[in-house]
Ligand binder design. Structure first.
Ligand SMILES: Nc1ncnc2c1ncn2[C@@H]1O[C@H](COP(=O)(O)OP(=O)(O)O)[C@@H](O)[C@H]1O
Ligand SMILES: [Mg+2]
Length: 215
């Protein structure tokens, strides 16, 4: 049976697509024991750079996670190829993805949409939701960079609900370690395994795994 494809998409740059893609890849691979691959379709190649740093760190020719890159139009083909030999394929996408981003959405079992709690991020989210709906894809919003006490978070969650979308129960906090852990190819799961940040990512991975199994 083919593996599940999770496409991380959001028109807004800086919402945390790449950060969440890398962290989820390590969570699925190392915590949940799934054979995991990542597919970088962003020409900026941030996820690919993270992966190369990961390889360099271990000095091994192979990593626990597999990486491929693809252009926007090649995303569907590459993702489906990877799904033949992996349980989980995580597709990272560029910001400002237009109609050319459709193959990455088309091929997804789940479209994961990171949203930072700000009105600007909320506005940028609607085109991604629309694109996923047009393809009849399941979507899951994940609130990222959350400052738990800020009132805006509740307001954005309510506004997202009005759009008829499902938000993950797990929110990802605004924590410097998410950024700093990635420099040498790791994630918070490896640099601070017992941190709140690590707990958040493992909870999110479990929630997504359950959603994929249920679907
Ligand atoms: N939960 C978080 N807490 C703190 N910083 C974050 C978090 N998620 C992402 N970042 C930082 O925000 C910036 C943008 O994240 P990135 O994953 O590159 O977004 P995107 O891929 O959507 O453009 C990066 O500097 C990243 O380290
Ligand atoms: Mg990115």
């Amino acid at each position: 049976m083919a593996g599940k494809i999770i496409t991380v998409a959001q028109q807004k740059g800086g919402s945390g697509k790449t950060t969440i893609a890398a962290h989820l890849a390590v969570a699925f691979s190392n915590l949940l024991g799934r054979q995991t691959a990542i597919l970088d379709t962003d020409p900026q190649g941030s996820l690919g750079r993270w992966f190369m740093a990961r390889l360099e760190r271990t000095g091994e020719p192979d990593s626990d996670i597999d990486l491929r890159t693809a252009s926007a139009w090649g995303a569907r083909y590459e993702a489906q190829n990877l799904a033949k030999n992996n349980d989980i394929v995580i597709v990272d996408t560029p910001p400002k993805m237009g109609i050319d981003g459709r193959p990455a959405i088309e091929t997804a079992d789940l479209v994961l949409i990171p949203v930072a709690p700000s009105p600007v991020d909320l506005w940028a989210t609607e085109p991604t939701i629309d694109m996923a709906r047009a393809e009849k894809k399941r979507t899951l919003i994940v609130l990222n960079k959350v400052n738990s006490r800020a009132r805006i978070t509740g307001e954005i969650v309510a506004a997202l609900k009005k759009l008829g979308t499902i938000s993950a129960d797990t929110m990802i906090g605004n924590r410097v370690t998410f950024a700093s852990s990635m420099g040498d190819g790791r994630t918070v799961l490896e640099t601070q395994a017992r941190s709140v940040a690590a707990r958040e990512i493992s909870a999110l991975a479990r929630e997504i795994a359950d959603a994929l199994n249920a679907g």
